[in-house]
Design a protein around this ligand. Structure first.
Ligand SMILES: CC[C@@H](C(=O)O)C(=O)SCCNC(=O)CCNC(=O)[C@H](O)C(C)(C)COP(=O)(O)OP(=O)(O)OC[C@H]1O[C@@H](n2cnc3c(N)ncnc32)[C@H](O)[C@@H]1OP(=O)(O)O
Length: 253
């Protein structure tokens, strides 16, 4: 079965849908590979204007890394896994076309990092959003904290990370992380409506604005901070606190 569905529509939107509803759209290596391939295609293809990332079903946008696969990784292997996705999120962050996370359900852990790397976050009313990594004895491991601290005011970003709680869409809207709260009757159409002013611009204009917007993230200084975050998380990955948190999640689920 496909782990992600990629559709290219008439308006120039590429829809990338993580398709693992039975795992609450958790990201394994296959999802990473497919996302990497899609980002490269969007970058190159002049018929594509925007990338929208979402998840299958009503339950989850994305539950982060696939813990059933990644829970046993030790520091060095964990670092490789985190760096692999970190590089993908960095290319998403600096993509030359506008990007949207269409949050159709719960977004937790790495799911929030994936959404943070997008330019806009539109979320269905009632969803829960949580940078819960702190409660798992780790930090964000895909560069998400560095991105959050770039995109939100310092106090809001730090509050979200230190609380490590599942927060309401409304609260995340107040913090400026969610840009539009959607009713959810037809998420795609609501999303398309919000994107229509952007889609009326040419690809050259979209590319030019994205280049201006993302220039600051192409410096060595930013990349060093981004990948240092990943190394810190890798160190915590093998800690007793993290192992206990994951064991307790699997006992419950
Ligand atoms: C690796 C990077 C790191 C980072 O940088 O942040 C991470 O992302 S660590 C992962 C952080 N994510 C989590 O800890 C989320 C764990 N999941 C949940 O808290 C909940 O599942 C949910 C997302 C809130 C949904 O709750 P609910 O609707 O009640 O579903 P269940 O809990 O019953 O789950 C159904 C099914 O899905 C499996 N599942 C869920 N999340 C994951 C996951 N991240 N990895 C692997 N599998 C996951 C869960 O085990 C259930 O499976 P079955 O028991 O086989 O049905």
């Amino acid at each position: 079965m496909e782990v992600a569905i990629v559709e290219h529509d008439r308006d120039g939107i590429v829809w990338f849908t993580i398709h693992r509803p039975e795992k609450r759209n958790a990201i394994n290596f296959e999802v990473m590979d497919k996302l990497k391939e899609t980002i490269a295609m969007v970058e190159k293809n002049d018929n594509v204007k925007m990338l929208v990332i979402t998840g299958t079903g009503d339950e989850a946008f994305c539950s982060g890394g696939d813990l059933s696969k990644f829970q046993h990784l030790h520091t060095e292997d964990a670092k490789q896994m985190l760096e692999k996705m970190g590089k993908i999120l960095y290319s998403l962050l600096t993509l030359s076309k506008p990007t949207v996370a269409l949050i159709n359900g719960t977004a937790v852990g790495g799911g929030c990092e994936l959404a943070s790397a997008c330019d806009f976050r539109y979320a269905k009313r009632g969803c829960k959003i949580g940078f819960i990594q702190g409660k798992l004895g780790i930090t964000t491991g895909w560069g998400g904290a560095t991105i959050l601290l770039e995109k939100l005011p310092y106090t809001q970003a730090l509050d979200i990370l230190l609380r490590a709680e599942r927060m309401s869409v409304e609260k995340m809207y107040e913090y400026g992380w969610v840009h539009a709260v959607l009713q959810g009757d037809n998420l795609r159409e609501e999303c398309r409506g919000l994107l229509s002013p952007y889609l009326s611009q040419s690809v050259s204009v979209l590319r030019a604005y994205k280049a201006i917007a993302t220039e600051k993230w192409k410096s060595d200084e930013f990349r060093t901070r981004f990948f240092a975050e990943i190394a810190r998380c890798a160190k915590l990955w093998g800690s007793e606190e993290h192992k206990r948190a994951i064991e307790s999640f699997f006992k419950k689920s």
